[in-house]
Design a protein around this ligand. Structure first.
Ligand code: SF4
Ligand code: SF4
Ligand code: SF4
Length: 354
């Protein structure tokens, strides 16, 4: 992948920054004896992390919404207008990121509970996202969210949760539309058979998450009580899956492997959504029509490494194919927006290529 000088400098600084930041964030006691020394202006690192993250997501998403040009277009001079699907998607990203992932937990809740806003209790930063699935075995609320709400959403909308709602996906989605990000997605995203086989890694992580969840559940109702075992597995999950895979590689590898490495190879929730979508025959589909000219841009635009063009044409002739959740599609609409002849759409054509 060819990189400009400024991009090389950025990439050189980006990886150590991501690694050091997440190390500091997850394991502050490796660096300082007293956690309260890592609380600028009396706020926990979680607050500052959420603030910077939300600002980054909102900055890029609002820029897209204000400019209103098709950020996926390959025609730089005449990119055309942002379509309504993308407008709703980026609006949802701004709204959800700001309200659900920042204002409610970090501003409104502390204010309503009457604590001194700029005087948090010193505590370790926690990043135990619901995407890891196992928290659903320790809380009825999260269980309802993971096992009822999300499957219903998947049935109606496919895995659009990953492009309209999830905080990890929000960052991936906006970065993937910047000039460098587009290049990283188009040239870095692993494609082909080998890349597809590695996707099974997320099945292994899903199995791990469910088993760990069951252990937590049994521990919670005192059937198995083994604090050493629970602590050991939790530490392993925190270090290998959350820090190393989800954070350091999941974000640090953007410039090399595109923006969806974790989403494609790691996220157990995404694998669960994909399996549920298949079992429940989710109505979600991406379909191709007679306009396809076989340019192949759709495949290059896909951050999940799906060979979209293989469903759209054969020998440059349209084949009217479609796919649903048998592919790891997250409904970003990038393939649809990049197609210069509008040959793709979200729909329900059932025919598959021969
Ligand atoms: S794949 Fe997982 S982490 Fe990525 S956007 Fe979807 S739910 Fe979030
Ligand atoms: S669907 Fe559009 S982008 Fe994809 S191969 Fe056909 S013409 Fe090209
Ligand atoms: S197939 Fe299209 S809509 Fe689905 S993830 Fe790939 S680019 Fe996005």
């Amino acid at each position: 992948m060819k990189r400009t000088r400024s991009e090389k400098i950025f990439v050189g600084l980006f990886i150590p920054t991501v690694v050091i930041f997440y190390l500091l964030y997850k394991y502050p006691l490796w660096f300082v004896d007293d956690i309260s020394t890592l609380m600028p202006f009396g706020k926990n690192l979680s607050f500052w992390y959420a603030l910077v993250y939300t600002f980054t997501v909102d900055y890029f998403a609002l820029k897209i919404l204000i400019k209103k040009t098709n950020v996926y277009s390959v025609n730089r001079k005449k990119p055309g207008l942002l379509n309504s699907y993308q407008t709703w998607k980026f609006s949802s990203i701004v709204l959800v990121q700001t309200l659900v992932y920042f204002l409610i937990p970090f501003v409104i809740s502390p204010i309503l509970s009457g604590v001194d806003f700029w005087n948090d209790t010193p505590r370790l930063a926690a990043k135990t996202a619901h995407v890891y699935v196992y928290p659903a075995f320790t809380s009825w609320g999260i269980a309802a969210y993971v096992f009822i709400v999300i499957p219903i959403v998947v049935w109606f909308f496919g895995k659009r949760y990953c492009t309209w709602f999830c905080s990890c996906g929000n960052l991936a989605e906006v970065i993937g539309t910047t000039p460098w990000g587009k290049k990283w997605v188009q040239n870095g995203t692993p494609r082909g058979l080998k890349a597809k086989m590695i996707e099974q890694l997320s099945t292994i992580i899903l199995v791990f998450a469910v088993l760990f969840g069951l252990i937590l559940f049994l521990d919670g109702i005192k059937i198995i009580t083994s604090p050493g075992l629970v602590e050991g597995i939790q530490n392993t999950q925190d270090l290998l899956i959350d820090f190393l895979f989800g954070s350091a590689i999941g974000i640090g590898a953007y410039p090399f492997l595109g923006t969806r490495v974790w989403c494609r190879y790691g996220c157990p929730l995404a694998k669960g959504m994909q399996l549920f979508g298949k079992i429940s025959h989710s109505r979600f589909k991406v379909s191709a029509d007679e306009n396809c000219k076989g340019y192949g841009l759709c495949t290059r635009a896909c951050p999940m490494g799906i060979d979209v063009a293989a469903y759209a044409h054969k020998d440059r002739k349209p084949i009217f194919g479609s796919f649903g959740l048998e592919e790891p599609c997250i409904g970003c609409g990038g393939c649809i927006s990049i197609c210069p002849v509008d040959a793709l759409k979200f729909g329900d054509i059932q025919k598959l290529p021969e």
